[in-house]
Each structure stands twice: as C-alpha cells, then as structure tokens.
Design a protein around this ligand. Sequence first.
Ligand code: ZN
Length: 156
Amino acid sequence: MALRTIRLQGDPVLEKRCREVTEITPKIRELIEDMKDTMYDANGVGLAGPQVGVLKRIVVIDVGEGPIVMVNPKIVETAGEQTGDEGCLSLPGKAGTVTRPNYVKARAYDENMQQYEIEGEELLARAICHELDHLEGHLYTELVEGKLRDVTYDDE
Ligand code: ZN
C-alpha cells in the first residue's frame, strides 16, 4: 500500500488537461493501486490522476459498491438532473451545491485495457461527472451554485 499526496486547489496540475493512456505499464498499474489506496485512506468516493499530480486520463471511484477503475473514460449518454452537495478531496472541508445529470452512461477501459460500459444514477452519476471534469482541468467549484460551505466530518 502506498499513499500519494493529494494536490489541493491552487496547484496548477489541477488545471491541466490530461493525456490518454496508451498502454498499461507496470508503473500505471502501480499508480492505479496507489490511487485506490489514497482514495480509501481519505474517505473519498473518487480520485482522478491530476489529484495525485499525474496528468493521465485515469479515475478511480467507489460509491460503496466496490472500486471502479476508469482509463480514458468518456461519457456517452446523460439524462435527467440532480441538484445536491458535492465535495472534492482537493478541497478538504468544503462542499457546495452542484447540478449534474441524474443518469450517466460512460465508456472506459479497465486496468487490463479491456473496454467496458458503465451506467450510473445519482451518486455514481455525480462521481463520474466530477472525476471526468478533473481530466479536463476543471474543478466542481466552477459549477457551484451559491457559495462553498465549510463542512466538518464526523470521522475526524
Ligand atoms: Zn474532485
């Protein structure tokens, strides 16, 4: 298990567009494992490459149903709308109201470069949209309705 340092808002790496992954090398495999460890250690539901300083199109998500690895992900369909709280490991202790699609279908590759499709609603749809925005250099703060709020976590 290896934890990586989570980059915080203001770090320029979070504002850059990520490059496609062309091959799963041992180094990429290690990165994916480290990203999962880092996400779980921080009690997050998702983590994107730039958040650990790596400008590659890799995302890990777990909304409580097991880890999802998304390499070179693309959203292919969205439907509906949801408005709710969103947070980000790069802005610890903050939350804001963001409207996202309520349903998302995405195409991605797994850690063995096998392509798959995933459908998600509610939290999973929100997480997919949030993490894929990171790959384009965008943070949820650009979408927050009203102000960012301070939040406290029960488990700290
Ligand atoms: Zn985030």
